[in-house]
Design a protein around this ligand. Structure first.
Ligand code: SF4
Length: 346
């Protein structure tokens, strides 16, 4: 029998079956992520099916993660001047981007943690623009994490680039509970984004982090010129890591970077991507990170939280301004989505 497939169908044993029916059975009912081919079918759904898609992604999130939203603040302990050439990043010292190299002192770090905790957030992530930490940065982490732990009850996470095994062990010893290291994009597209290190080097660090018992936080950026098939590839590669958290960024083209002139992802593609990632990763914390304002506008946070997202970064991002924290917290109240409490994440 020949059937004519239309958008949103996947071929199964010669027949065309609607992808959202497939997702309902596989993801919502069984808690299994979609395959790469199925994710691509979701990413190719026509615009008029986006509300239905977001509704399903929301049901999946509520069923497998619950209504809680994890709130996180981030602070940059070392900004700018990075030797790597990630083409989206205004902190690279290789491009003419306007971010200058700067270090944060320990009292400022502790104050940022206190400010983050005051919003009700359970997570505080210390970030540095480096290829990987040197001894100066590790010494500052030792002092900074100890000072934060003495001053405030909050989970401390870190994002310091590529790690050696000794550095992984040191971070565990400091009490860092989660490590962020993004794969950024699909393996097949990575060489078009970064030339100074490889996707496999990033994977090596992620394997060390996972084996150490720290929680793995790994995501990336959508809208860097990759195809929809590469977005599906990326979601599948992330799912194979079984990360605790996936931060999803949309490219905010920064002047002076090689990707500074790329068009902003359409709102429709951004929403399809959010929902597709939820259907690929039904049980993972899916965090809205940078770029949501520019791609989706003011209403985007609401649409995302009703379309599969269950974590937000409050306040500002590393090099761009986000929405005021109070706006996001008010939105969570309005949607009756409780902030995940610190005690339940320890
Ligand atoms: S993404 Fe990280 S490693 Fe890449 S240039 Fe920016 S700060 Fe450096």
């Amino acid at each position: 029998m020949t059937t004519t497939a239309h958008e949103g169908d996947v071929a199964t044993a010669g027949a065309a079956i609607d992808i959202l029916d497939v997702a309902r059975g596989r993801v919502l009912e069984q808690g299994l992520g979609l395959t790469e081919e199925q994710i691509l079918a979701v990413l190719e759904l026509p615009d008029d099916r986006i509300p239905e898609l977001l509704g399903l992604a929301h049901e999946v999130r509520m069923r497998w993660c619950g209504p809680e939203v994890e709130v996180e603040g981030i602070v940059s302990v070392k900004t700018g001047g990075c030797p790597e050439d990630c083409h989206f990043c205004s902190q690279s010292g290789v491009f003419s981007s306007p971010v200058r190299s700067a270090w944060l002192d320990i009292p400022s770090l502790v104050q940022a943690a206190l400010d983050t905790a005051a919003t009700g957030a359970s997570e505080f992530c210390i970030v540095a623009a480096v290829r990987g930490p040197d001894e100066r940065l590790m010494a500052q982490m030792r002092e900074g994490v100890a000072a934060i732990k003495a001053a405030v009850d909050i989970n401390v996470a870190a994002s310091l680039g590529i790690l050696t095994q000794g550095q992984v062990d040191d971070l565990v010893g400091m009490g860092v509970h989660r490590y962020n290291h993004n794969l950024e994009t699909a393996r097949s597209y990575f060489p078009a984004v970064v030339t100074t290190h490889t996707w496999d080097e990033r994977m090596d660090t992620l394997a060390r982090v996972r084996d150490s018992g720290m929680e793995v936080c790994c995501g990336g950026i959508v809208g860097m010129g990759e195809t929809r098939a590469q977005r599906a590839e990326f979601a599948t590669q992330l799912a194979s890591l079984e990360p605790h958290e996936v931060p999803l960024n949309f490219l905010n083209p920064r002047p002076g970077t090689p990707f500074g002139d790329l068009p902003v992802l359409s709102a429709a593609d951004a929403l399809r991507t959010i929902a597709a990632f939820r259907l690929a990763l039904p049980r993972t914390i899916l965090r809205f990170a940078g770029g949501r304002e520019i791609t989706l506008g003011d209403l985007g946070t609401r649409e995302g939280l009703l379309g599969g997202v269950n974590a937000v970064i409050v306040g500002n991002y590393l090099t761009t301004l986000g929405r005021p924290a109070a706006d996001d917290l008010e939105l969570l109240r309005e949607l009756s989505m409780p902030i995940k409490a610190l005690s339940s994440t320890l």
